[in-house]
Design a protein around this ligand. Sequence first.
Ligand code: CS2
Length: 495
Amino acid sequence: MKRLSTESLAQLPPQVQTPRYDRDSTDIGIVHLGIGAFHRAHQALYTEQVLNETGGAWGICGVSLRSATVRDQLAPQDCLYTVSVNSDAGRKLQLVGAVKTVLVASESPSAVIEALCLPSVHVVTLTITEKGYCLNPASGRLNESHPDIRHDLAYPDQPITAIGFIARALEHRRKNGQAGLTIISCDNWFANGKRLGQAVLDFSTLVDTELQTWIADHCRFPCTMVDRIVPVTTLEDRERIGNTLGHEDQACVMTEPFSQWVIEDNFAGPVPDWRSAGATLVSDVQPFEKMKLRMLNGSHSTLAYLACLARIDTVSEAITHPEIRLLVEKLMREEMVPTLSLPGSFDLDAYADQLLQRFANTALHHQTRQIAMDGSQKIPQRLLPALNDYLQKGESSAAIMLGIAAWIRYTRGIDESGIRYQLDDPLSEQLEILHEACGPDVESYLPAILGISEVFDVELKNNLLFSKGLREALDTLESLGALATARLVGDKTNG
Ligand code: CS2
């Protein structure tokens, strides 16, 4: 089968939507760091719609920080790719042209710095996952002893972290008298823009305090809430898309019909008119971020750890188990909703209904193992803050507690059937050593896990309600298993 390319555009089946603007004359206006499937199914599509509607110099230069895989998938097909919107009603295909070029930072760091310094570039977006920010998840400050950060401070022209690239490019832009940039984190962190800004400022202080002042004056780091479920693309997905297009597409992405982007209206210069493409611009994103992190991501992680322990592969399958559904509903409606306050007449119960429907989408095949990765980075965002709200009042919340306990149990690297798996987490080595030393006894491994300061701050670690609740949840998980524990907790009244 022939590979997808600009020439194939005219030969695609009529139901496939294709770019309506002149790609060749579209200049690069955005550099995106971390060009994975999520970016291609989310921000790039918003930009694509702007280009389709009004044109403009908003082409995207995608950057992969480490691996060449995405570049090798996109470059041979002129960076064109398909987004497949999958639901029980069928599949809708759109061919996206907004990405114009892809760079691999590890192969050519100078090309990335040059791209960030292009006069036509006004916006940088990032999806580098939580760990990419090199922050201490508990304190939210740059982890200055992170080996990659130390590398970037020592070799500023060959950075390896997003923070190092941004700081170096901004140094050039300042020296060349160029404009600053709007730098937009699109990762699932609470106050993601503030954290990114903090990381860049912490880093630049170590380089030169004048740079730090220039960045503070000339750049903006708006917070955002991004939402769209994007499972890993499988071989079967590629085959199916290839058969429909009549052309091979190595870079296609699968997603759901739902999409949401809430952006803080705080820019350093021009940005695409994403509002016209369905994004919401607000002065304060935090209520939305908090809602999404606690309701969607908090449930996702809780469901994923329980499901992985019980060997349930996908989210849609997990949510058909009455035990898991009961627990997830309790977590959302009884425990998370009371910790949230949204502007206007926003209906959180309807939001929960919609999430349950999204989780039940059987056309998506969203792997629970995909969500389970990087738990040490995700738990402090998704579950601990809401639990803290309860602990501060001397109360507890059984479903959230079980979510955290399920992650801890999952870090043992062995499921309930005795099958071993590799942890995919920046702390995996530390966790493996810890469990190796402690063995399967909760009394032994729990205190050791609570000692991981990147995840649990001292106050939380020393909170007796917290450690007691976790011990109980872990004891039940270890003796009854994930599903029976979910039922027990789901049925229990909080007190
Ligand atoms: C998921 C998210 O993988 C995960 O941890 O919880 O990627 C989730 O699918 C997105 O945040 C949805 O917007």
